[in-house]
Ligand binder design. Structure first.
Ligand SMILES: *Cc1c(COP(=O)(O)O)cnc(C)c1O
Length: 381
């Protein structure tokens, strides 16, 4: 079956009474039929709500099937889908190598959270590729990638980095929220764990927070262990909504990606714009990796406005009427932010002027272009 067909079939084993969606079971206690079953629930049943009921099982099944994973840990947010496996891998004296372009709150967890366990965190140039071998030895417990990176959109050579990391015995994690594990498949490219904010494209409607960490083989066992030992649990209502959103993921991401490319090309021809940073554009420095590893793009990208200081970029954003000003993305509605106040980079390059990120939703791109045009007109220098 082709993947669009699979998306409609997967995760339906929990459905009942002829319905095509699972019921939302809510519960902590799960009564056992006999005393012996308290400790040995029959196949397909759990003995306690924390391990997940109908909605969690259905979502796990769907995500595992679509990504080829053996296990999916569901976590209460996208951020926690990274925190959980990293906590599981942490050990005193261990090192974590992280791409310099990772999502700001993940970086904060590494710097302020993980280091408390005696782990050393080092940032590497996202374009390091197989050169990462020089930084690896048996003290490295994990290599954390995010491709493309938040705000600056560098792609990482996942196959080359995974090969080097595995040679040194390190586990490779990839935050693939941008591709929603739909446009790019980290596990097929050699990574051990793929983490995603389901909050974004899977949810698709800006009304839930949820994460998934997917792994195969030993990594899958580790995820299952960590989820149990640390006591993590995802809400059945949010899992149900995420599964519902997932059904239309293919359609929505395609439309959002196509509109994003239209708008990128328009921006490339605007005199105010320095660079449009979008992996699907031939001008992007990692475009060859994009063509090799991705089947398409979502609608999230950035552009620079040389000569725009913070005040002028805020005036540009304040003029926009269709773009909401807000964090997150992957919903049906377009969003814009200026990135410079939150950019933290130590091992990679900076840009000139202001960096603006757009998340394109499902509006007509012509209306969005007109809105951006108004922003430029109002802030012409
Ligand atoms: C949004 C995001 C997260 C965090 O997701 P939350 O659900 O908001 O915690 C993690 N990584 C990336 C790349 C993101 O864009």
């Amino acid at each position: 079956m082709k993947r669009d067909t699979r998306l409609t079939r997967t995760g339906r084993s929990q459905a009942r009474d002829g319905l095509v969606n699972p019921p939302v079971a809510r519960g902590s206690t799960v009564l056992a039929g006999t005393a012996a079953e308290l400790y040995n629930p029959p196949a397909g049943r759990t003995h306690y709500g924390r391990f997940g009921l109908s909605a969690q099982s259905a979502l796990r099944d769907a995500l595992c099937e679509l990504s080829g994973a053996d296990y999916c840990a569901l976590t209460p947010s996208g951020l926690s889908s990274l925190v959980l496996p990293l906590l599981a891998l942490a050990k005193n004296g261990g090192r974590v190598l992280a791409a310099d372009c990772i999502y700001g709150p993940t970086r904060r967890f590494l710097d302020e959270g993980l280091t408390r366990y005696g782990v050393t965190v080092e940032y590497v140039d996202p374009r390091i590729g197989s050169g990462i071998a020089e930084r690896l030895d048996d003290t490295v417990v994990a290599v954390l990638l995010e491709s493309p990176g938040s705000l600056t959109f560098e792609l990482q050579d996942i196959p080359a980095i995974s090969k080097a990391a595995h040679g040194a015995g390190a586990v490779v994690l990839v935050d693939d929220t941008w591709s929603a594990n739909w446009l790019m498949k980290p596990l097929d490219l050699g990574a051990d764990i793929a983490c995603q904010a389901l909050t974004k494209y899977a949810g698709g409607h800006s009304d839930l927070l949820l994460g998934a960490a997917l792994g195969r083989g030993e990594a899958a066992d580790k995820l299952k262990w960590a989820e149990t030992v640390y006591g993590w649990h995802a809400s059945p209502d949010d899992c149900w909504l995420a599964l519902r959103g997932l059904r239309t993921l293919g359609l929505r991401i395609e439309r959002s990606g196509a509109s994003g490319l239209d708008i990128s090309r328009w921006l490339e021809n605007r005199p105010e714009v320095g660079t449009v940073i979008h992996p699907a554009l031939p001008s992007h420095p990692d475009h060859a990796i994009f063509k090799r590893d991705f089947s398409g793009s979502c609608g999230v990208f950035a552009f620079t406005l040389p000569g725009y200081d913070r005040k002028r970029s805020e005036a540009f954003l304040d003029t926009l009427e269709l773009f909401g000003l807000g964090f997150s993305w992957g919903g049906y509605e377009s969003l814009a932010i200026h990135c410079d106040p939150q950019l933290k980079r130590v091992a990679s390059q900076r840009h000139d002027g202001a960096l603006i990120r757009l998340a394109i939703g499902l509006e007509d791109p012509e209306d969005l272009i007109a809105d951006l045009g108004k922003g430029f007109a109002a802030t012409a220098g």
